[in-house]
Design a binder for this molecule. Structure first.
Ligand code: GLN
Length: 200
């Protein structure tokens, strides 16, 4: 008999980016993780994280691995968290870019429009305290690390804005999909990884 979903490991898209830091965060929460590189790997995970990295490369690797359709099908059934470049991949639309064969082709799962690199260059990276209200436990603000982060410029009617910074959404949720414009895996604060597990 197939294992119940919650006994399966947390899946990490291990094509590109800083998935190892997410792995460490889930391990610290006592969860096993498994890498996803091929469509069949999706059958063996309970949820999926698309990490930060470089969305142009990620987009190309998703296509060359034959993962585009399988990822979209997976997201209809199980939770997916996209952080930074991962949020870009989840997004419905990109602002300020003309779609072409060499650019990012998003998965179009999360009804929002994002603008890549809108918070500045790598040297402009910063950490900001973000208030999450009830989505994470505790009252302390979450230390959100922004690195060439995408700005969420529009959200659709089914999207809940979970947290904002400087007037723009930085954490959004649409059912089982969670999109973060920053990197929760680059701090020791595990509350967002826990909140994602709680969606599972
Ligand atoms: N700017 C990157 C991109 O467009 C994302 C940066 C990140 O994931 N830290 O893919």
């Amino acid at each position: 008999m197939a294992k119940p979903a919650n006994d399966l490991p947390v899946g990490l898209l291990t094509l590109q980016g800083d998935y190892a830091k997410h792995e460490a965060a889930f391990r610290a929460l006592g969860c096993a993780t498994a890498g996803v590189r091929r469509p069949a790997d999706l059958d063996r995970v309970r949820c999926l994280v698309i990490p930060g990295g470089e969305s142009t490369t990620l987009s190309r690797l998703i296509d060359s691995a034959g993962l585009r359709e399988p990822l979209c099908a997976f997201a209809l059934q199980r939770p997916v968290m996209g952080t930074c470049a991962g949020l870009i991949m989840l997004a419905g639309e990109l602002a300020g870019e003309v779609p072409d064969a060499h650019g990012v082709r998003t998965l179009g799962l999360l009804d929002c429009t994002v603008r890549r690199n809108a918070y500045g260059r790598q040297v402009d990276s910063f950490t900001a305290p973000i208030r999450f209200d009830s989505f994470v436990t505790g009252d302390d603000p979450f230390p959100a690390v922004f690195i060439r982060a995408p700005r969420i410029e529009r959200v659709g009617p089914d999207v809940e804005v979970v947290a904002t910074h400087g007037g723009a959404p930085v954490a959004v949720r649409q059912g089982r999909l969670l999109g973060l414009s920053f990197h929760p895996e680059l701090t020791d604060d595990l509350r967002l990884h826990q909140a994602f597990l709680d969606l599972v």
